[in-house]
Design a protein around this ligand. Structure first.
Ligand code: HEM
Length: 161
């Protein structure tokens, strides 16, 4: 008699495979490498995040007046430079995708009910997409001195334009 295969975890899935009464979490009909790329993506984005995060902290907290220089004008000045726009965009996208994928794995591991798992992931993906959209728009569409705005609402350095 063949030895019955054991399921990898005991969390039931929507598309459970049942062989000889044993449930399998991963459907054999779904042959793609998503989980492998997600695993690799966590490691690669983690390494890049170390560089991006320490570069961000160094330029914001240690160069010049450090933390005392951070205000509206500091951020406006940084995003006037394409280098920092790309730096912050990478930081935003990698941190969000890395963090959201990490939470996805935690949801898969701990939320046992199918409906709960699906809803938690819908909320997670919607929140992630929202932050990515608003963050990307902010980095590229941010204008500290919008034309037509009342002068008393603008920061002092805008009058130099
Ligand atoms: C300093 C840069 C970072 C490095 C080197 C790093 C590295 C990693 C690695 C290698 C994993 C996979 C762990 C595993 O599969 O067992 C992981 C998981 C995770 N990371 Fe990061 N990470 C970094 C920054 C971040 C940031 C900024 C966030 C939040 C936005 C984040 C959120 C998470 C979450 C939620 C998980 C899943 C935790 C789990 O599975 O228990 N990480 N991280």
């Amino acid at each position: 008699m063949a030895t019955p295969l054991k399921p990898r975890t005991y969390v039931p899935r929507l598309r459970d495979n049942r062989i000889d009464g044993v449930k399998y979490n991963r459907s054999s009909s779904k042959r793609n490498n998503f989980e492998m790329f997600a695993w690799l993506g966590m490691r690669l984005s983690g390494v890049v995040l170390v560089v991006l995060i320490f570069g961000h902290l160094f330029s914001n907290l240690m160069v010049g007046d450090g933390i005392h220089a951070i205000d509206f004008g500091f951020v406006g000045g940084k995003w006037a430079n394409p280098f920092w726009q790309v730096w912050d965009l990478l930081l935003l996208w990698l941190a969000m995708l890395h963090g959201a994928n990490g939470i996805r794995v935690i949801i898969d591991d701990y939320a046992e009910k199918d409906r709960l798992r699906i809803w938690l992931k819908v909320i997670l993906f919607a929140a992630c997409a929202f932050v990515l959209l608003v963050g990307t728009l902010t980095i590229f569409a941010f204008d500290p001195c919008p034309s037509g705005a009342a002068a008393n609402l603008l920061p002092s350095f805008c009058s130099a334009r």
